[in-house]
Every structure is written in structure tokens, then in C-alpha cells.
Design a protein. Structure first.
Length: 403
């Protein structure tokens, strides 16, 4: 008896997923690898489950994990093309689809379990909540040690960070709407901030600030009181230094042999390790700089120094072993996640390539890890996707270079 078309399609899909799983477990490394073993990952091609209510998401611009291993993400509503949300047009031009609420929360099985609507959204929340405050232009999401939600506003006129409960209750605004910081040494507000990290010991929020300023700035996480700030190499930020000051200049005159003494205008991510080191993504300068918590410069490493315009150092996340041995970097230019040895800050592995299939990337932007060591990535621009990579333990590294 001939197999049914449904059986043939199902078998083909299973074979394709099996091939993808095998491919994603092959990791590359640079010749500088020290231990000979790196974390290995396998894409989970059916995670998360499809969204309900004919919802679609825009560019995924922030990912975080809470104490229950629920995965939080924020996407940018303004990036959804009208043809993608034709049912939401007035009048509707087709039966599909509608924009999803900006903040979505998934459980480990991939089910949508919670969401936050914008305060001005006319739709009545069903199964979620309406946030009391929401950024005008979404960028960056962090879940702190009290499971509170932090959001950055990337609008050109934005000067604030927003702290909410998981139910959307407004707890704190640092800065003020429509009153951005005047420059990189104005301590009253931020300007186009990109991301944040709350260090629990001192209860301080570290902010990568960002697309308009060129600094790392620290505030008290409860009162919002200013603590300190610094630029590249721990120096005072200098906005008059125009080398690599904006993404548009990088492709035109970029010189990979020159090392900028200031952050570029895409200070894009920040993480603080358990042993008190601060990791800052200087995206358009293609590097990660490391500091002590008081701003003292420790070291730096470059990702792909040839990456023009877009940059190769987007965000970082730590491995979840007790010593946080590994650092993961999202590289939206090269469409991959690099794995670094945190002690040496050398690239020892990586996974991903450009493409639309599970395990591939289009402008991989955001990254977070859960308690099991699984990685979650968000893709910006036309990627518009959240993916999960299951941690499969340490495995041998390939001899193929990541460059």
C-alpha cells in the first residue's frame, strides 16, 4: 500500500529536524581554544508554540528569564508591516493577522502564559494584563532578582528607564519622558538606552546608554538615585570624539586597525558576573570591554573587527555553571552566537549562520540563559523570531576557525 501524502510530509519534516539537530550540535572554535571542550547546543525547532488569536510579533528586541524559568520577551510593534497585520487595518483587508502585545511570556513547554498590553491599546486584555507604563520605542528587557521587569525606551526623545511588576504595575521611572540626557555626562536621565542589568548585592541597575549617549551609567535600583558612570577604558565619556561615533560612519571610513578610545554610539548590552566584573557590548566597535564595578578597566576583546556599520558585539549572557565559565555573544552581523572562555576572553566556539530555518539567524540581537543552561535568542529587523537552544553538555571543539 502506498504511504499517504500526510505520512510522506511528516516523515520528511522529521528527517529535516533530525538533520538540523545534528548540525546544530557541531560547534566551531578558534585556534586559541584552551580546554578542548565547549558547551554544545541543539535547536528546539518547535519552541515556542504558535501564538493564539492570529497574533504576529515584530522585531524581537529583548529577552529575559525569571526565577520560575519563564521566558520573557519584548518586540517592537512599529516594525510589523501592515500586510502582516492586515486584519487590524481599518477596514480589514484580510482575515489575518493582528499585532501581538509587546511583552510576551512563555513557559518551558513553549506555551504563552502571560502578556502585557500597552496602556493605550484599545483591546481588552484576555489572559494577560495592561501595563501602566510602556516605552514608546521598545528596546531591551531585564528581569531582576525580585522578578521585576525593566524596560528601556530607545526613542530618540526618550530619557527614561521603566520598572514594572510582572502584572504591569509601575514601580519606578528613572529619568523623564521627552527629557533625555543632554550628553554623555548628564546624570539626570538616559538617552536612547539599550539594556540594563540589576546587580543584587548592591541593588544597582547598570545601564548601557546607548544609541544616543556613549556610556555605562549606574543607578540605585529602588530609588533611581545616580551612582556613577564611565566611558570606554573607564574614562570620562567625550562626545566630541567622532571616530566611530555612529553606525552610518563605520562602513564609509572604518579602519579595523584603529582602536577607538571612546564607546561608539551603540553601547548595546551589559552583564555583571557573580565575581563582580561588568561586561559591556560596544557594538559598532566590535568589542566587549570588561570593568570592575567601580568602572576600573580590566580588559577587552574583539569579536569580528572587520564588521562594518552594524557591529558584531550585540549582547552577552553567562553560562549557568557556578563559575560562569563561558560568555555567549550575539553577533547580528555574522549571524551567529559566539562562545567565549570568560577567563581568557577568547572565542572558543559558536553556532548559527544566516538563514530562516530553525537554528539559523537573521540579525540575532538578544540573548538569555535559563537555570538549565538553555539559550534563548531574539532576532531583530526582519528576523522577528524567538528561538531556544537546548544545552547538551560539554563536547569536543572543532578545529575550524570561527572567523
Amino acid at each position: 500500500m502506498k504511504p499517504s501524502p500526510r505520512f510522506i510530509v511528516g516523515a520528511t519534516l522529521l528527517a529535516a529536524f533530525a538533520a538540523l539537530a545534528a548540525t546544530e550540535r557541531i560547534l566551531e572554535r578558534s585556534v586559541a581554544a584552551q580546554s578542548g571542550k565547549v558547551p554544545t547546543f541543539q535547536v528546539d525547532p518547535l519552541w515556542p508554540k504558535p501564538l493564539p488569536n492570529k497574533w504576529v510579533m515584530g522585531s524581537v528586541i529583548g529577552v529575559g528569564v525569571d526565577s520560575k524559568d519563564h521566558i520573557w520577551m519584548i518586540h517592537r510593534l512599529s516594525t510589523i508591516d501592515r500586510n502582516e497585520i492586515a486584519a487590524a487595518q481599518n477596514p480589514p483587508i484580510s482575515e489575518c493577522c493582528f499585532p501581538a502585545p509587546p511583552v510576551l511570556v512563555f513557559d518551558q513547554a513553549g506555551n504563552l502564559i502571560h502578556f502585557l498590553e500597552r496602556p493605550d491599546d484599545p483591546r481588552a486584555p484576555t489572559g494577560g494584563a495592561r501595563a501602566e507604563v510602556m516605552p514608546k520605542s521598545e528596546h531591551g528587557l531585564y528581569i531582576d532578582h525580585h522578578d521585576n521587569l525593566w524596560l528601556a525606551d530607545n526613542d530618540a526623545n526618550a530619557g527614561e528607564l521603566i520598572k514594572l511588576t510582572q502584572a504591569g504595575k509601575h514601580l519606578l521611572t528613572i529619568g523623564a519622558p521627552l527629557k533625555p540626557a543632554k550628553d554623555s555626562n548628564d546624570i539626570t536621565a538616559v538617552h536612547c538606552a539599550t539594556n540594563m542589568f540589576v546587580e543584587p548585592t548592591a541593588n544597582e541597575v547598570y545601564v548601557s546608554d546607548g544609541y544616543c549617549n556613549r556610556r555605562l551609567i549606574v543607578f540605585d535600583a529602588d530609588s533611581g538615585q545616580y551612582k556613577r558612570h564611565w566611558g570606554a577604558y573607564g574614562k570620562k565619556p567625550d562626545d566630541s570624539d567622532t571616530y566611530n561615533s555612529g553606525r552610518a560612519q563605520v562602513g564609509k571610513d572604518y579602519d579595523a586597525s584603529k582602536v577607538s578610545q571612546q564607546f561608539g554610539r551603540a553601547v548595546h548590552g551589559v552583564e555583571v558576573s557573580k565575581d563582580g566584573l561588568v561586561y559591556v557590548n560596544d557594538r559598532t566597535n566590535n568589542r566587549i570591554q570588561v570593568f570592575q564595578k567601580d568602572g576600573t578597566f580590566v580588559t577587552e576583546t574583539f569579536i569580528n573587527r572587520q564588521a562594518h556599520w552594524y557591529g558584531s558585539s550585540f549582547e552577552t549572557a553567562f553560562s549557568t555553571d557556578p563559575g560562569q565559565q563561558f560568555l555567549y555573544n550575539t553577533d547580528g552581523s555574522d549571524q551567529r552566537v559566539q562562545i567565549l572562555d570568560r577567563k581568557t576572553m577568547q572565542i572558543i566556539g559558536g553556532f548559527g549562520q544566516g538563514g530562516r530555518y530553525p537554528g539559523q539567524f537573521y540579525a540575532v540581537h538578544s540573548i538569555a540563559t535559563d537555570s538549565k543552561g538553555n539559550i534563548y535568542t531574539g532576532e531583530t529587523n526582519e528576523g522577528k523570531r524567538l528561538q531556544r537552544f537546548l544545552y547538551k553538555g560539554l563536547g569536543p571543539a572543532s578545529t575550524k576557525s570561527t572567523r
